[in-house]
Design a protein around this ligand. Structure first.
Ligand SMILES: [Cu+2]
Length: 160
């Protein structure tokens, strides 16, 4: 009798592995959730300051995260073309561009003059870049995978 009591006590003290895993997951979710909201709020404040002071000139624009006030545009990449191949935006206006790869090859969208570039993404994937052209003009965009621009993956951003 005494023996079996002790065994019961020992079992109580040892949690099954899945319980430890569950506790770990919950703690990780809380920590990462907190960090996520912290940085999201920070970004929001940063953007609000930018538009309030109305001087986006050469300030680095965080890329990847959705931004308030950014114009949304979408460009599709195929083998081997961009659609549309000309887009028009306004100087000083933040642009959030979604690039979708609908081809059979990997592609990217690069705007050398604006220091904006998506990752090279697989067919079916999409990537988002955010940039703010500061002066009027026409800027080329292209896919930098070797040979793709030569085969037609180029386009023009008109900034007015
Ligand atoms: Cu390409």
């Amino acid at each position: 009798m005494e023996n079996s009591n002790r065994e019961q006590h020992n079992n109580y003290g040892k949690r099954p592995l899945w319980q430890w895993v569950a506790i770990y997951v919950v703690i990780a979710l809380v920590i990462y959730g907190g960090l996520y909201y912290f940085f999201l709020n920070k970004n929001g404040t940063y953007n609000a300051n930018l538009s309030a002071s109305n001087m986006p000139t050469n300030a680095p624009i965080p890329t990847g995260a959705p931004q308030t006030g950014a114009v949304q545009m979408a460009v599709t990449g195929t083998d081997f073309a961009f659609n549309p191949s000309t887009i028009t935006v306004s100087a000083g206006q933040s642009v959030q561009l979604t690039f979708k790869n609908k081809g059979q090859y990997s592609h990217n969208l690069t705007i050398p003059d604006l220091n904006a570039q998506t990752k090279t993404i697989q067919p079916g994937q999409q990537a988002i870049i955010t940039f703010t052209p500061t002066r009027a003009g026409s800027f080329e965009y292209l896919c930098t995978v070797p040979g793709h621009a030569d085969r037609g993956m180029i386009g023009t951003i008109m900034v007015r």
